[in-house]
Design a protein around this ligand. Structure first.
Ligand SMILES: Cc1cc2nc3c(=O)[nH]c(=O)nc-3n(C[C@H](O)[C@H](O)[C@H](O)COP(=O)(O)OP(=O)(O)OC[C@H]3O[C@@H](n4cnc5c(N)ncnc54)[C@H](O)[C@@H]3O)c2cc1C
Length: 95
């Protein structure tokens, strides 16, 4: 973080949540509820990924065997999703 803070052309804002993005820029809300707008020509969204666990778990009731694989289990890499899919398919023959 120190390296970023030392860059003269970079400005860091913490503890703010992006609420919307429109032609005016990026609209955020800070921890006190105050709204901010950051004008921008280009916006890079790099917020990470998290699976919707509750929605995924709702599928368990639909069939005797439900395998949850790939990013809906945990955001990761392609090889992990492919491997988990392979074993899910392999285990189907055991029913
Ligand atoms: C920007 C980015 C870059 C990445 N770069 C790499 C990389 O360089 N190397 C690497 O190994 N991994 C990379 N990953 C991770 C990799 O893409 C994932 O781990 C992998 O794609 C997970 O596979 P998946 O089948 O679980 O999900 P996905 O590949 O996301 O497939 C899910 C599919 O389900 C479809 N879908 C969603 N909802 C519904 C619905 N309701 N009905 C029907 N279909 C639906 C989606 O359209 C999608 O096609 C990257 C991910 C991102 C976001």
């Amino acid at each position: 973080m120190n390296e970023i803070e030392n860059q003269p052309n970079l400005h860091t804002e913490l503890e703010q949540k992006v609420v919307s993005i429109d032609a005016a820029g990026v609209h955020t809300q800070d921890k006190d509820g105050k709204m901010h707008v950051y004008e921008a020509d280009t916006i890079i969204v790099a917020v990470g990924l998290a699976p919707l666990k509750d929605e995924v778990e709702a599928f368990r009731e639909l069939a005797p065997q439900v395998s949850i694989v790939g990013d809906c289990n945990k955001a990761a890499q392609m090889n992990e999703a492919i491997l988990a899919g392979y074993f899910a398919g392999y285990n189907l023959q055991r029913l």
